[in-house]
Design a protein around this ligand. Structure first.
Ligand code: NAP
Length: 280
């Protein structure tokens, strides 16, 4: 494997003063999986340096935040903890109440970043007002957005002022590169972290080994002595603004994903992947 260091690669999380691992851990749909296995997997990830944990009040209607609280018990200070408010709860008062509920379920007194899950019916000005109040009160260390395009980001920046949005969490994997055109450059220019979700295309979306895309991934993987998924994780976190949050409910998957923390793709690899997964 092409390694850069023996320690996990870290990257500054937007405007925060915190460096987080380039690969963190997602938790969507963990309520459907074996609870003990999920907790074991999350803890294994923490042991391997994947300390950026992403959750949301939406996930299992709070059940996933409760599961996360068990996984992080006694280890809160190691973790960069992110949760999200549902759009319908993101009003001036609603977002504050939703955050309090998330904190309670997570068994903590603060979030490292709190996100608007996606834009909904509530005026953005109200959500930002609530986020700023939560930050002033020390309940959150920073705030960000999710599923925002450039028009949404511009509106949020106009309302909040420059330098306030810590991150934009968006769909990103080799088959879904829309954010490369405008969202990534916009965020990069302002030091906003771009957190790519569903790096494997979620459940069942990963290229099969008998497809041209799968063969391209396998060729790069074979060159480095790694797996195709490790190649994808290195690809989705390949530039300074990008962070990835794969979800894995099995410790074996987490261990595999964690090895990508130290994998660097070279120009030849990137060219191979560019041919197999062209931007549309
Ligand atoms: P994903 O991470 O692309 O894929 C998860 C699937 O990949 C699971 O079925 C998992 O299996 C499997 N997997 C993980 N590592 C593997 C490995 N090494 N080998 C084989 N299979 C592996 O999908 P995602 O959950 O959609 O996205 C990741 C996270 O992003 C979410 O969990 C969530 O935190 C966040 N997200 C945010 C939004 C948003 O709107 N902001 C939307 C979607 C997702 P097991 O679970 O069985 O291990």
């Amino acid at each position: 494997m092409t390694t850069t260091d023996t320690a996990p690669a870290l990257r500054r999380f937007g405007r925060t003063a915190v460096d987080v691992p380039v690969i963190g851990q997602g938790t969507w749909q963990m309520e459907r999986d074996a609870r003990d296995g999920c907790i074991e997997a999350l803890r294994a990830g923490l042991d391997l340096g994947m300390t950026h944990l992403d959750t949301a009040e939406l996930y299992g209607e709070g059940r996933v935040e409760t599961l996360v609280s068990e996984a992080i018990a006694g280890r809160r200070d190691e973790i960069f903890l992110v949760s999200k408010v549902k759009p319908q709860n993101a009003g001036r008062f609603g977002a504050i109440e939703a955050c309090e509920r998330s904190l309670k379920r997570l068994g903590t007194d603060r979030l490292d970043c709190y996100l608007l899950h996606w834009r909904g019916p509530v005026p953005l000005a109200e959500t930002i007002e609530a986020f700023e109040r939560l930050e002033q009160a020390g309940k959150i260390r920073s705030w960000g957005v999710s599923n925002f395009d450039v028009a949404d980001l511009e509106e949020a920046e106009k309302l909040a002022g420059p330098g306030r949005i810590a991150c934009n969490q968006v769909l990103y994997h080799p088959d879904e590169r829309d954010i490369e055109e405008a969202v990534i450059p916009w965020c990069e220019a302002r030091g906003i972290a771009v957190v790519g979700y569903s790096p494997f295309g979620s459940r069942g979306g990963f290229p099969t080994a008998d497809s041209a895309r799968g063969r391209a991934l396998d060729a790069v993987a074979a060159k480095h002595g790694v797996s195709a998924r490790q190649v994808v994780l290195a690809w989705v976190s390949r530039t300074p603004a990008l962070l990835a949050i794969p979800k894995a409910s099995r410790a074996a998957h987490v261990r595999e994903n964690a090895r990508a923390l130290r994998l660097t793709l070279d120009a030849e690899d990137l060219a191979t992947l560019e041919r197999a997964f062209p931007r549309r």
